[in-house]
Design a protein around this ligand. Structure first.
Ligand code: 13P
Length: 282
């Protein structure tokens, strides 16, 4: 069942846990997320990262939204549909019109006042159109930079409180030692800072850069206000390994073998998802 992302985050908050939002590029991934969610009876969110459309040509925006809505309609468990990192007003509004009821404006690279102004503008229009908005304060960088000290970019509790108040965003992405991509060294979430941010605002908090964060840290973070947890790289890695395994097992070039790829890959993806969703304690 398709459910508004803000509703799912409310459910997560009540259960003192986090919903997991998986970046998907195609049907194999989206289908597997929805199928496993129904199996384990937990809400999930399927996300599209716009750069996968515009840079990698994986899918188009409305096609993705329709695909997820049809998959969600086939199950009883809540499924959310969300557009991940978007940077400009026009493309966000266009994506809402193309079917996304939840979007992210990431203006975190801008100075705070400009971030607030652009986020507020997106929120005002999105809310008129009935869509939820996630926004970012502090800056979640790339994991490849994690060997450097990036603590200057960490979210500050007072700025977070002001940001939520002035923008009206529905959820807030924070930087507490997490980063996107493959970590060079094991990340250590600043859980004290998370506590401070959680006390400073009632807004559901979002943790990006989910691949590679040790599960013991996540378990704690999920009880301290993180209600949405984004995973991308790790899931793509499972997909890549599944394809490699399939090719290795089928070295003879037989065209119709291609038709066996989806089921083979989906089984591997679903094994991973079932394990990952144990973290989400609904
Ligand atoms: P990873 O690719 O590091 O898991 O991060 C995903 C993410 O945060 C997408 O917004």
């Amino acid at each position: 069942m398709l459910v508004k992302v803000s509703e799912i985050l409310k459910m997560a908050d009540e259960a003192k846990t986090s919903v997991i939002a998986f970046i998907c590029t195609d049907y194999n991934m989206a289908y597997s997320v929805v199928k496993v969610a129904e199996k384990v009876q937990k809400p999930v969110i399927v996300m599209l990262l716009p750069e996968h459309v515009y840079d990698n040509n994986t899918m188009n925006v409305s096609g993705f939204a329709h695909m997820v809505k049809e998959l969600a309609a086939g199950v009883k468990v809540p499924v959310g549909l969300h557009l991940d990192h978007s940077y400009d007003y026009r493309s966000i509004i266009e994506s809402i019109r193309k079917g996304f009821g939840s979007v992210m404006i990431d203006a975190s690279a801008l100075p705070l006042d400009e971030n607030i102004a652009l986020t507020r503008k997106v929120v005002e229009t999105a809310h008129i159109l009935g869509a939820d908005v996630e926004a970012e304060i502090g800056h979640v960088g790339l994991a490849q930079d994690s060997a450097q000290d990036v603590s200057d970019y960490y979210t500050k509790a007072d700025a977070a409180a002001r940001f939520v108040e002035e923008t009206g965003c529905d959820s807030l992405t924070i930087a507490i030692g997490n980063a996107h991509g493959e970590y060079i060294t094991t990340p250590h979430l600043d859980l004290e800072r998370l506590d401070e941010i959680n006390s400073a605002t009632d807004c559901p908090l979002v943790l990006h850069g989910g691949s590679g964060i040790p599960h013991d840290q996540l378990e704690i973070a999920f009880t301290k206000g993180i209600n949405k947890f984004n995973v991308g790289t790790e899931f793509l890695g499972v997909y890549f390994d599944a394809i490699a395994e399939f090719v290795h097992k089928n070295e003879e070039p037989r065209p119709l073998k291609m038709l066996e790829v989806p089921e083979f890959v989906q089984e591997r993806l679903q094994t991973y998802l079932e394990e990952k969703l144990k973290l989400s304690r609904f």
